[in-house]
Ligand binder design. Structure first.
Ligand SMILES: [Zn+2]
Length: 342
């Protein structure tokens, strides 16, 4: 079911994400040659509504049209079927960025095939391109605290997020083969996010090697995801003055990537029932009381944290989560632990 091509399918550089299904039968891996043979691997549209990666790749390939690429490029175009409808995934499909380890669906097997193929080609580095909703800066994510990974991330942004959950993501699978990053490029189609991703890909294609020496301490702000915040089913919520169990602040997403002091207000409870957020740490333990207080029916943070992915989109909140909570990581200390722990 994996479609493999050794050249650019006709029409790919002009197609919109919603039209890809007319050109491609399904998930497609395209190998393009370049001056250096170890390929850069780029995956796009693992979430069918996040099309900035497609625009960035189209800009990159148009820029190099008729010329040899500085390095071989292997491009994986993921959820073509969901992209047709502008959706993250279709109802009967698994999430294409949760199935890069384990088994259980035909799509798991496709991703395994992609990983095997790229291992065989001695992949140079891996980049997975995404978008999000809400007000977020552009940032890079890594699943390993190793110098090569952090160098790659720092090429995109000084804001870097380290996470180990959710499992089954593309970048974690490729982390076993090469330096791997996930790029968060802001809202889908945002021209600045597209240009940023395009410039990043140009830089990586021109790298002779990913640096393996330490990243200078002042060059990145490194954060670690410590918890995910959800709203329990059956609890209604809204933003601003709404007749719901939870009334969140009207512009809650402005708190994204702000290091919040304790007692920062998220909203208020407007219900005679006991209403609490659902907060789970990286080990899936309920840690609500460690992060939030509910005195006087006000929802406030209890400790210094930095939220990410806060969105005002109720559907995204129900399907995924309200936000993630992060803490700052001191670079040298963590890398020291990594070295002794490995
Ligand atoms: Zn995504």
């Amino acid at each position: 079911m994996l479609n493999v091509a050794e050249h650019l399918p006709a029409g790919l550089l002009e197609a919109e994400a919603r039209q890809l299904h007319e050109i491609l039968p399904g998930p497609t891996l395209i190998h393009l040659p370049g001056r250096r043979s170890a390929p850069l691997f780029v995956s796009i549209l693992l979430h069918g509504n996040e099309y900035s990666g497609l625009l960035a790749i189209q800009a990159l390939l148009r820029h190099h049209a008729g010329r040899e690429l500085p390095r071989a490029l292997s491009l994986f175009i993921g959820n073509v079927a969901a992209a047709r409808y502008g959706l993250r995934r279709l109802d009967h499909q698994p999430d294409y960025n949760r199935i890069w380890e384990g088994e259980g669906t035909p799509e798991h097997e496709i991703m395994q095939q992609v990983v095997r193929s790229m291992a065989h080609r001695e992949v140079f580095a891996s980049v997975d391109i995404h978008n999000n909703t809400g007000q977020n800066p552009r940032y890079a994510c890594v699943n390993r605290l190793e110098h090569g990974f952090l160098h790659l991330a720092a090429l995109f942004s000084r804001t870097v997020v380290y996470f180990t959950r959710p499992a089954g993501v593309q970048s974690a699978a490729f982390a076993r083969l090469c330096p791997a990053v996930t790029l968060e490029c802001g809202r889908p189609g945002d021209p600045q996010g597209v240009a940023h991703a395009h410039n990043f890909l140009e830089s990586v294609l021109r790298l002779n090697a990913v640096p393996r020496h330490p990243v200078a301490r002042g060059d990145i702000d490194l954060f670690h995801t410590v918890a995910q915040v959800k709203i329990p089913p059956g609890i209604s919520f809204g933003f601003g003055r709404t007749a719901t169990d939870i009334q969140f602040e009207e512009d809650l997403d402005r708190l994204n990537f702000c290091e919040l002091p304790p007692a920062t207000r998220f909203g208020r409870i407007n219900s005679p029932r006991p209403v609490r957020l659902e907060v789970r740490d990286e080990a899936d333990r309920e840690v609500n009381e460690s992060f939030f207080s509910y005195d006087n029916d006000e929802i406030r943070t209890r400790v210094p944290v930095m939220p990410s992915m806060l969105t005002l989109d109720s559907q995204v909140i129900r399907q995924d989560c309200l936000c993630y909570l992060m803490e700052r990581l001191e670079l040298n200390q963590e890398l020291g632990q990594e070295r002794t722990g490995a």
